[in-house]
Design a protein around this ligand. Structure first.
Ligand code: DHB
Ligand code: FE
Length: 284
C-alpha cells in the first residue's frame, strides 16, 4: 500500500521565485530566507518521495471568477508553469501521477468530499515556488506531483475544520492505493500577509509562531479557528493557512498514531509583503 511518510509546510511568495529565476538569491535581502531552506533541500535529496501531493491555491490564474472550484484535484499527465503576466517561470514542467490522482478522486468523493476533477491546468507560483524552495533549480522536478487547488481567494472559502477532515480522507485514499509508494503531502501558502487595503503590509509574527506551535502540537483544536481570526490576526491573505490543515490532517496522529517528528522549523520576516513559515514533519 502507499504510505504518507512526511508533510511539508511552506509559504509561496512569488518574489521568492523571481529572486531565484533572476539569480538574486545571494543578495543580502534574500540570503537569510534561502538559508532557512538549505536543510530542506538536503532533506528532499535524502528523502525523495515517489509522489508529492501538493495542496496549494491558484491565484485567479487557471481559474477565475467565471469558475471557482472549492477543491480541485489535478489528474493530468503534466502541468505547465503558468504565465502570471510576466511570462512563465523558467522551471520544469510538473509531471503528474494520473493513476494515484484518479484513485484519490474516487476514494475522497466516496468519502463525501466533492472534488472537482481537472484534466488540464497550468500551475502558478502557489505550486511552483514551494517546489523551488524545497528542490532548488533542477532540470526536472525529482518526482511526480499531484496538484490539489483550494479556493482561498474568493469567499466563501472552506473552514479549517473541513480542511482538516479532508486531509484525513486524503490519507485514507492514499493508504488504500495498491502500490508501495512513498508519498509526501505538502500544505502551502501563508503566513500572515495582506496585499491590499488600509492594512496592506500587515505581518503578525507572534500569531504566526503560535500557529506553528499549534499545528505541531494540537492540530485538531487549531482546526476550530474561524475565518475571521485568520483575517483579523494574519491579514486577508493569511487565510491561505487553512490549507496547511489539509496536510496536517493526513498525518498519523490524526488517526491515533504517534505524534510526528519535527525535522525542521523556520520563520522569517519579511519576504516581499509576507511572513514566511516552514515546517517538515515526519511520521514515526
Ligand atoms: C505575495 C504573497 C502571496 O501569497 C501572493 O500570492 C502574492 C504576493 C507577496 O507577498 O507579495
Ligand atoms: Fe498567495
Amino acid at each position: 500500500m502507499a504510505r504518507i511518510t512526511a508533510s511539508v509546510f511552506t509559504s509561496h511568495v512569488p518574489a521568492i521565485g523571481a529572486a531565484l529565476d533572476l539569480g538574486k538569491d545571494k543578495e543580502p535581502y534574500w540570503q537569510p530566507l534561502f538559508k532557512g531552506y538549505e536543510y530542506s533541500k538536503q532533506w528532499m535529496k535524502d528523502n525523495t518521495p515517489d509522489v508529492i501531493f501538493l495542496v496549494y491555491n491558484d491565484h485567479a490564474t487557471a481559474f477565475s471568477l467565471e469558475m471557482i472550484p472549492t477543491f480541485a484535484i489535478g489528474c493530468a499527465d503534466s502541468f505547465q508553469p503558468a504565465d502570471e503576466g510576466y511570462g512563465a517561470r523558467p522551471v520544469p514542467v510538473v509531471k503528474g501521477h494520473p493513476e494515484l490522482a484518479s484513485h484519490i478522486a474516487q476514494s475522497v468523493i466516496q468519502q463525501d468530499f466533492d472534488l472537482t476533477i481537472v484534466n488540464k491546468m497550468d500551475v502558478d507560483h502557489g505550486l511552483t515556488v514551494p517546489l523551488s524552495l524545497m528542490c532548488g533549480q533542477p532540470q526536472a522536478w525529482p518526482c511526480p506531483v499531484i496538484p490539489f487547488a483550494v479556493n482561498v481567494v474568493q469567499y466563501p472559502v472552506p473552514s479549517g475544520r473541513r480542511c482538516y477532515n479532508l486531509g484525513k480522507a486524503i490519507r485514507n485514499a492514499i493508504e488504500s492505493y495498491d502500490e508501495p509508494l512513498n508519498v509526501h503531502i505538502w500544505g502551502t501558502g501563508g503566513m500572515s500577509h495582506q496585499l491590499q487595503g488600509p492594512r496592506a503590509g500587515l505581518i503578525n509574527a507572534e500569531w504566526d509562531n503560535k500557529f506553528l506551535d499549534r499545528l505541531i502540537a494540537e492540530p485538531d483544536a487549531l482546526a476550530n479557528v474561524p475565518h475571521i481570526e485568520y483575517v483579523r490576526e494574519a491579514g486577508s491573505e493569511g487565510i491561505e493557512l487553512v490549507m496547511w490543515l489539509i496536510a496536517r490532517g493526513a498525518m498519523s496522529d490524526s488517526f491515533d498514531g504517534p505524534a510526528p517528528k519535527v525535522k525542521h522549523r523556520f520563520f522569517h520576516v519579511p519576504a516581499s509583503n509576507t511572513a514566511v513559515g516552514h515546517l517538515i514533519l515526519e511520521n514515526q
